[in-house]
Design a binder for this molecule. Structure first.
Ligand SMILES: Cc1cc2nc3c(=O)[nH]c(=O)nc-3n(C[C@H](O)[C@H](O)[C@H](O)COP(=O)(O)OP(=O)(O)OC[C@H]3O[C@@H](n4cnc5c(N)ncnc54)[C@H](O)[C@@H]3O)c2cc1C
Length: 406
């Protein structure tokens, strides 16, 4: 297999390099850049076809042909230059692809472009106190009242609920239907009297998620995504995107570990010269490379128009691998950074992969790696999917209602 870039991609890499030299010069790389400058940079990157490549121009993307190698070339160049990639989060990575596949034209035109630019933010209302891994047992319900859905229920672990403009969520609309069938996918404005948000403190010391109490909250039928009662199918689509999101930017974390290994001293010499450290770095890099090449395989299938019957399986493998790697990388970063870093009180630093080497950054990223392993489906659930679907192991025992009993 020839893994060298072809001429077309070498040219692209050079063009991206020139673009970054001009619009994200070296002096910007190590200072705090104000939000309006980042916004301007993103608009330019979209214009040049470097960001949101899978999103049509009419909805605010740059609409380029599917090209996984080009995506990789661009992502690497941006990461090396520490330039902002697209906004990461539930809106651009989960809601946008879902609307592109399942939304109405009006929903796409109204919501996608502001979501990509961060003007509209989202939270995910799936989990409930009695519905996590077994999501289909959710109880929050919505009833039609004229042109509005009226919602009563209780969501929990809702990330960013205190800041979000909208919730995308699953609500039971057909109480008598089989439990996977009677669910509808709705977009709900958060700023209204029927929505109460109570934040929950996470182990990072920050209020990362919240409980959301819905008592007569309303949303128009215009904001129903997909058919009434088909929310489960819409949510499956979205979960694949969510699990893909979890695999995000391990390379950036690896670059931060490398930077630390170059600056940290062991016995007076840079840690990166120590044979044990080098061996661990090589192990980690090999794992990252294998994940990268697996990603090429599934993206190449997509590019050749082969629909992937096992997209959710690929998502499960990717999420499990990414969360395992994130724990390993952050543990290694924490060890390299030294005792002071591990003893820092959580809450001070940001969970920002690009700033892992700031004080408290490794401690925060370490804690967050453990939390994000559970978000979007706990590791055992991913193992079940892989065991049952890929390895053909016997299915978990299930009760007549479909609940797993393990
Ligand atoms: C940081 C973070 C952010 C989150 N953000 C959101 C959000 O924005 N929106 C949202 O809706 N939810 C969110 N969640 C919730 C998350 O999706 C759930 O926590 C997750 O799906 C697990 O559900 P649960 O907490 O109810 O645990 P449970 O389902 O009760 O699972 C508990 C344990 O039992 C294991 N287990 C359960 N069933 C099985 C089985 N069949 N076989 C083997 N083991 C099993 C699990 O692996 C887990 O270890 C977030 C969670 C975290 C940690």
């Amino acid at each position: 297999m020839d893994l060298e870039l072809g001429t077309h991609h070498v040219t692209l890499r050079d063009q991206v390099g020139l673009f970054l030299d001009e619009h994200w010069p070296a002096e910007r790389r190590d200072r705090h850049v104000p939000d309006d400058e980042i916004r301007l940079f993103r608009s330019l990157a979209i214009e040049h076809g470097y960001l949101y490549r899978g999103v049509p121009v009419v909805y605010g993307g740059s609409e380029r042909p599917i090209d996984p190698i080009a995506d990789d070339v661009i992502e690497r160049a941006f990461t090396e230059a520490r330039a902002p990639l697209g906004i990461v989060g539930q809106g651009p990575d989960m809601v946008v692809p879902t609307l592109l596949r399942n939304g109405t034209e009006d929903q796409r035109r109204e919501l996608i472009a502001p979501t990509l630019m961060g003007d509209i933010t989202w939270c995910q209302g799936y989990s409930e106190p009695t519905a996590g891994s077994d999501l289909a047992s959710l109880r929050s319900r919505a009833e039609l009242d004229g042109e509005d859905w009226v919602i009563h229920g209780h969501k929990i672990w809702t990330s960013d609920a205190d800041r979000a403009d909208w919730m995308f969520g699953l609500f039971r609309t057909e109480p008598d239907a089989p439990r996977h069938r009677g669910i509808t996918f709705l977009l709900v404005p958060m700023d209204q009297p029927g929505v109460e948000v109570q934040t929950i403190m996470a182990m990072t010391g920050q209020p990362e998620f919240a409980e959301v109490f819905l008592t007569g909250a309303r949303t128009s039928v215009r904001y129903q995504v997909g058919e009434r009662g088909s929310g489960w199918e819409v949510s499956r689509d979205l979960l694949v995107n969510e699990r893909n999101l979890m695999g995000f930017r391990l390379q950036q974390l690896f670059e931060s570990v490398l930077e630390l290994a170059r600056t940290r001293k062991i016995g007076g010499a840079p840690a990166i010269e120590h044979p044990g450290i080098r061996r661990t770095l090589i192990d980690i890099e090999s794992d990252l490379l294998s994940a990268r090449f697996s990603r090429f395989r599934s993206l190449t299938n997509a590019a050749r128009g082969r629909s992937d019957p096992n997209a959710d399986l690929a998502g499960a493998v990717k999420k499990l691998h990414a969360s395992t790697m994130a724990k390993r990388l952050t543990q290694f970063g924490l060890d390299l950074a030294g005792a002071d870093e591990g003893l820092r009180a959580p809450g001070g630093a940001s969970v920002d992969l690009g700033r892992a080497n700031e004080p408290g950054g490794w401690a925060m990223n370490y804690l967050f790696a453990h939390a994000s392993a559970i978000a979007g489906g706990a590791p055992n659930i991913q193992r079940n999917i892989i065991g049952e679907r890929a390895l053909g192991l016997p299915r978990d025992l299930r009760t007549p209602t479909g609940r797993s009993v393990s």
